[in-house]
Design a protein around this ligand. Structure first.
Ligand SMILES: CC(C)(COP(=O)(O)OP(=O)(O)OC[C@H]1O[C@@H](n2cnc3c(N)ncnc32)[C@H](O)[C@@H]1OP(=O)(O)O)[C@@H](O)C(=O)NCCC(=O)NCCS
Length: 240
């Protein structure tokens, strides 16, 4: 329990900007090291943010669309995918920058197959300019915690065999990878929910809520001044 309180205190200090924060830059640290020094607020995406989802997915280039959907989705097909999202049944998670643009998102889709009632599928995309900072990894971890708390016991990720980054993320979390030519499927068995998983999710939600409120207020403040916020940092990071 003391560990929990300590983790809670450290996370809050980071959110309010008083804790040590060393953003990860590719090649310098691994996501697990970044976790120790940086909290990435991840918010559940609400249906009111379909416009942001549109903007994020449409900004993906043809190769990324191919990796994300398994085919080079056109703008129209992306529109159909978004239209088919079921916010009541599935869970979507997002990372927002200071301008509240969606820079990364994950979709946890629960199985409707009665033979696999406690299964879910994970899909993710990170804006090109925001890669290599551990966001894909963090979204996977966030989805795992949520899935456990929702009673999911088996998580799937479909990925092309060439998708080194996604396969690395899944493998590091303990997934078994089955390769079938150019396609791969990752299977991750999840332990049942426990006190830690529930507390962790509650904490993540609080951190994300606070982060989003602060960014909203800052955005309103700059709008009230009639100014765009000065771009002192890279807008591809949640801090920017
Ligand atoms: C896959 C994806 C989500 C990874 O996002 P990310 O935020 O860059 O991932 P992370 O920063 O957590 O990196 C995970 C690992 O992959 C590595 N990696 C990232 N991009 C890589 C690449 N192009 N080639 C090889 N390794 C790569 C990272 O270095 C990291 O490994 P490390 O911890 O040993 O350094 C992102 O590349 C993406 O959006 N791709 C297009 C959509 C897609 O492929 N979705 C997955 C299928 S649903």
């Amino acid at each position: 329990m003391n560990n929990w309180l300590d983790a809670l205190r450290k996370r809050w200090l980071r959110v309010v900007g008083l804790g040590r924060s060393t953003p990860k830059t590719t090649g310098q640290t691994t996501p697990s090291e970044a976790d120790l020094s940086q909290t990435v607020p991840i918010r559940e995406i609400k249906p009111t943010h379909v416009g942001k989802i549109h903007k994020h997915l449409k900004a993906l280039g043809p190769d990324d669309r191919y990796l994300r959907f398994g085919y080079a989705a056109t703008d129209e097909q992306i529109g159909e995918y978004i239209h088919s999202l079921d916010f009541e049944r599935d869970s979507l998670f997002g990372i927002y920058n200071r301008r509240l643009d969606l820079i990364a998102m994950a979709h946890l889709s629960y199985s409707i197959d009665p033979d696999c009632a406690s299964c879910a599928e994970f899909g993710v995309s990170v804006a090109h300019a925001s890669r290599g900072r551990g966001y894909g990894t963090r979204l996977f971890e966030r989805a795992i915690t949520h899935a456990r708390n929702e009673g999911v016991r088996l998580l799937f990720v479909h990925a092309l065999s060439e998708n080194t980054a996604m396969i690395k993320i899944a493998k590091r979390a303990g997934a078994r990878i089955e390769r079938d030519g150019s396609d791969s499927q990752a299977h991750l068995r999840l332990p049942p929910a426990d006190f830690d998983s529930r507390m962790e999710e509650m904490l993540d939600q609080q951190v994300a809520w606070t982060d989003y409120q602060l960014k909203t207020q800052a955005k309103q403040f700059w709008a009230w001044l009639g100014l765009n916020r000065p771009r002192t940092k890279n807008s591809t990071s949640p801090e920017a």
